[in-house]
Structures are given as structure tokens and as C-alpha cells.
Design a protein around this ligand. Structure first.
Ligand code: HPA
Length: 241
């Protein structure tokens, strides 16, 4: 029962899907978490895997970059493959001053400059919010893991999902910071609305890879990997809550 972008059969996906932007990252996550992972999608190289973590089924598939791409995959997973929850695991640029490179953001809401959500309900500025259930599970996993909470900082709040990576209206980032916006990425707002469309759950757990307004901090490759694994642990906890 292939769909235009996923050549899998019904039942090939677990109820919970971790979704990084990069399909190679999906493969790396699958190899890291699931020795029993099998390939379930390779259309357009958007690799998807299914296996088990602690005996519970889990899938990992790339979303590509941007809300348009992520929404295609989320729609097909929710509508055709019975997926119940999608947890985006990705990177974000920091915006708020308290957010530092290497920190983790649990994005409970996502502003957007995209038209994708404004098209959904005419006349409405849609509020793109994460599943409270998943967000709570991610935060509780952080609080319960002393090792994790000693090493990393987790911020819970809003982000912006932008369409442009390389264009920003002058002053917009500073205004977003003044409104407490934690960071910027490119997929969550439409992912959240797509979950709502199908009565399912979504969350984005993001590692801060750079800071748009404060260039003092940077991460080594090793730090990047460790922090990403911290975020991954929270995402798995949400996937299986
Ligand atoms: N913009 C959008 N997405 C991002 C960024 C950014 O600056 N950094 C990491 N993901």
C-alpha cells in the first residue's frame, strides 16, 4: 500500500515516529537505538526504519527540510500508516538570550511566517501547539534523569518555524526574542497543525546548534553528538509515554 512518497506496507510503521530532518540522521538514530531496525522507506532517499527500543516498537524517518516537505510525510504517516505520534528531533537556532548553544528546547508552541497554517481555517491565525502529553513526558524524562539534567539545560516554550533559512525581515528576530521566543527551525508549526488535522500527537525536541543573536558559544563535534543524544533520550521518552 505505497503512497506517493512512502513505499511501505500498512503495519510497517510503529505508532510512534521520531522525525529528524536529515534521512542520514534517521539512519544513524535507528542504528544507535535499534539493533533490530529494518528499512521501511527509501523513496527519494527519505530513509525510514522500524525496530524496537526496550521491547516497544519505534520508527524513525527523515522529514526533509521545511514545512512543505515535513507536512507531506506527516500527512501520509498519519492518514495512511496509522501513525499516532510524531516527535521531531532536530536542531534550532537560538533566539532568546537565556538559550545557549547545546541546550535543548521542548517546543510547546510554534509561531510561523508560513502560509501553510493560515490556509487551513480561513480567517484564522492558527495556534500551532504541541501535544501536552508528549511535552510533559519529555520534560519529566529530563527531570528524572540526574545525569542528563546535570549536563544539559532544557527550555520549554515557543519557537518560530520559518520558511526562509537565508532571509529574515529586519528586526524580526529581536522582536521574537522580546516575546520570549526560544529559537527558530523550519518544520514544527505545520507538523503540529497536521497532527491536529488527524487528531494525533506531535512534539519537537530541538538541540540548539547556533545562536542568531549571540555568537559567543559554539559546540565541538563531540559536544554536538552528546547533546543530540540528550535530546534523543527525551524524544524516546515522549514516543513511548
Ligand atoms: N534557521 C532555521 N533553522 C535552523 C537554524 C536557523 O538559523 N539553525 C538551526 N536550524
Amino acid at each position: 500500500m505505497a503512497t506517493p512518497h512512502i513505499n511501505a506496507e500498512k503495519g510497517d510503521f510503529a505508532p510512534a515516529v521520531l522525525m529528524p530532518g536529515d534521512p542520514r540522521r534517521a539512519q544513524a538514530i535507528a542504528e544507535l537505538l535499534m539493533p533490530d531496525a529494518r528499512l521501511v522507506n527509501d523513496v527519494r532517499g527519505m530513509l525510514g526504519f522500524t525496530g524496537t527500543v526496550n521491547g516497544k516498537p519505534l520508527s524513525v524517518m527523515g522529514s526533509g527540510m521545511g514545512q512543505a516537505s515535513a507536512t507531506i510525510y506527516a500527512t501520509e504517516l498519519f492518514e495512511q500508516f496509522g501513525v499516532e505520534r510524531i516527535i521531531r528531533v532536530g536542531t534550532a537556532g537560538g533566539i532568546a538570550p537565556q538559550v545557549k548553544v547545546g541546550d535543548v528546547i521542548v517546543a510547546v508552541g510554534a509561531h510561523t511566517d508560513s502560509a501553510m497554517n493560515s490556509l487551513r481555517i480561513p480567517g484564522v491565525h492558527y495556534s500551532a501547539v504541541a501535544s501536552f502529553n508528549l511535552a510533559r513526558a519529555a520534560v519529566e524524562a529530563f527531570e528524572a534523569n540526574a545525569e542528563l539534567s546535570a549536563a544539559a539545560k532544557v527550555h520549554v516554550g515557543t519557537i518560530i518555524s520559518r520558511d526562509h533559512f537565508y532571509f529574515t525581515p529586519e528586526g524580526q528576530t529581536e522582536r521574537l526574542a522580546a516575546y520570549g521566543t526560544l529559537g527558530v527551525e523550519m518544520e514544527a508549526a505545520s507538523l503540529y497543525a497536521t497532527a491536529a488535522q488527524f487528531g494525533r500527537e506531535a512534539l519537537a525536541v530541538l538541540t540548539v546548534s547556533d545562536h542568531l543573536l549571540d555568537h559567543s558559544g559554539d559546540m565541538t563535534a563531540q559536544e554536538r553528538q552528546t547533546r543530540f543524544q540528550d535530546a534523543l533520550a527525551l524524544a524516546v521518552a515522549a514516543a513511548h509515554c
